[in-house]
Design a protein around this ligand. Structure first.
Ligand code: FAD
Ligand code: 2HG
Ligand code: ZN
Length: 484
């Protein structure tokens, strides 16, 4: 037996289901195969695997009870929030690759507490959607600073677990910066609770922050204390056609330098704009066609349009390829060209998705080379690039190669590493990129990560095979195997 293997003398599957029912109530243990199947494929359709049951605890104590019951039975757990993750971490491993896990859904942990306006904070359940948190903040005259297109389904627990980024990172940072504290159930069923909202608290390891980006491998987040920011009521949005990635990077730099109210600078390309227009039935924003587009948003006071104009007047962008909106309806119309890329790509087939960050100085070279690498090795593949250019983050979407052939994924990630980038900017490693983690993490870092996992989850109960390879293996073992 490997050191991480589940305990001996496992409880029978029927015994486990009975134990789970006694913790959450029989109505919250779902075993009907049709119902279970509705939870076990990911958003992209690329990752799927069977589960023994779906369990929906309604309180932190019930989550702890479920974890204890699974640990006693030697069963593993896959944690699922909104199931909008794009790297296979929220669903079980493929059939035939080990024991079927219990899928723990946080859907019933969706409470949103009263907004603490004095502290500009709110405590929410892990299953609360981003949209629900945004709505609560706005009702209290504040704003939750993270935003992303999956807002209607993505949950706070999932966003903490993946350290979600999104559209406003250049102004407010990623999810990590918004987490003041968290309540977490560990793999032995014990509960850590840091929800008091103290912003100054230097009493040792920050265990809440340790959970940020841990992808459900170290603990199950049940509630989170979040930072809110002042509302910035006015906004100006512009969609600009530019000659290429280098021009986009240069204009983004100018905006950062001069537009104090800058909140977002997003990038996409002509092929993505055509795809979104065809998929969503939208008219193009203007008649002119350009290789590359920038979507720019400023938020703040009444001078946001003036701030935008001041930068654009001095820039080489021409009026024929410029659309500006100063009202909400116009802003939403322009944002749709960027936000609807993900669904438009899925309309073409099951995509390979790589979300990468490059040093800004390498972004333009990478954009050209990645198209070449894919065209040479996988001719006929549709390549759709878009992302958060202000953060050096490109989303590389590839449709054509079979979903289970990850050769093209490896080729792209190796190119990223050669340019000094990261193999995941925001979606995480999940099941999709485990074998390439060594491209972004040194052996010492991988060793430290394994040591943390071993300390907090010695039996490998939580999300096995996500982020780190299974017991007794590491990412370089997988890489060696792949190259054989
Ligand atoms: P899930 O998909 O359910 O889970 C994701 C991971 O978190 C899994 O490993 C899961 O096990 C773990 N997890 C979930 N809940 C918990 C919990 N309570 N405790 C511990 N672990 C947990 N991401 C970005 O970063 N930026 C974007 O701009 C962005 N835009 C998107 C747009 C679209 C249209 C879509 C479909 C996705 C987008 N995403 C984006 C990806 C996704 O929305 C985020 O990764 C989000 O954080 C996932 O939240 P979720 O609740 O759906 O998590
Ligand atoms: C976005 O920025 C998301 O829209 C999704 O991170 C990216 O679909 C993708 O590849
Ligand atoms: Zn993104």
């Amino acid at each position: 037996m490997t050191p991480n293997a589940p305990s001996a003398d496992p409880v029978s599957p029927a015994g486990l289901l009975a134990d789970l029912a006694s913790v959450v109530g029989p109505g919250q243990v779902l075993t009907d195969p049709e119902v279970v199947r509705s939870f076990t494929s990911d958003w992209t359709g690329r990752f799927t695997g069977p589960a023994v049951a779906v369990v929906r605890p309604g309180t932190t104590e019930e989550v702890a009870g479920v974890v204890r019951a699974c640990a006693a039975a030697g069963a593993t757990i896959v944690v699922q929030g909104g199931n909008t993750g794009l790297v296979g971490g929220s669903v079980p491993p493929p059939a035939g690759t080990g024991a079927e896990p219990v899928l723990l859904s946080t859907v019933r942990l969706a409470g949103v507490g009263p907004v603490d306006t004095a502290a500009a904070q709110v405590t929410v359940g892990a299953g609360a959607t981003l949209a629900a948190v945004q709505e609560a903040a706005r009702t209290a005259g504040l704003e939750f600073p993270v935003d992303l297109a999956a807002r209607a389904s993505a949950t706070v627990g999932g966003m903490v677990a993946t350290n979600a980024g999104g559209l406003h990172v250049l102004r407010y940072g990623t999810m990590r910066r918004q987490v003041i504290g968290a309540e977490v159930v560990l793999a032995d069923g014990s509960v850590l609770s840091r929800l008091t909202g103290l912003v100054k608290d230097n009493t040792g390891y920050d265990l809440s922050q340790l959970m940020v980006g841990s992808e459900g491998t170290l603990g199950i987040v049940t509630a989170v204390r979040l930072r809110l920011v002042p509302r910035r009521p006015e906004r100006a949005v512009a969609l600009l056609g530019v000659p290429g990635t280098a021009a986009a990077v240069a204009l983004a730099a100018e905006l950062r330098r001069r537009a104090e109210a800058l909140t977002a600078v997003e990038i996409f390309y002509q092929e993505g704009l055509d795809l979104v227009c065809a998929h969503a039935g939208l008219e193009p924003p203007f008649d002119a066609r350009r290789p590359t587009y920038l979507l720019v948003e400023l938020t703040g006071g009444p001078d946001v349009l003036d701030q935008l104009a001041a930068v654009l007047d001095d820039s080489p962008v021409d009026d024929a390829a410029t659309a500006v909106a100063g009202d909400d309806a116009g802003a939403e119309r322009l944002w749709a060209y960027r936000e609807r890329h993900t669904e438009a790509v899925s309309g073409l087939g099951v995509p390979h998705k790589l979300d990468v960050t490059l040093p800004l100085g390498a972004l333009a070279a990478f954009e050209g080379e990645v198209r070449q690498v894919v065209a040479n090795g996988w001719p006929g593949t549709t390549v759709v690039l878009f992302g958060h250019v202000g953060d050096g983050n490109l989303h590389v979407n590839l449709v054509g190669p079979p979903p289970d052939d990850d050769g093209v994924d490896g080729a792209v990630l190796e190119l990223v590493a050669r340019h000094g980038g990261s193999i995941s900017a925001e979606h995480g490693i999940g099941r999709a990129k485990v074998r390439w983690l060594h491209l972004s993490r040194s052996p010492a870092e991988l060793g430290a990560m394994r040591a943390v996992k071993q300390a907090l989850d010695p039996r490998g109960t939580l999300n096995p095979g996500v982020l780190l390879a299974g017991p007794g293996r590491d990412a370089s073992d997988d890489e060696t195997e792949r190259q054989r």
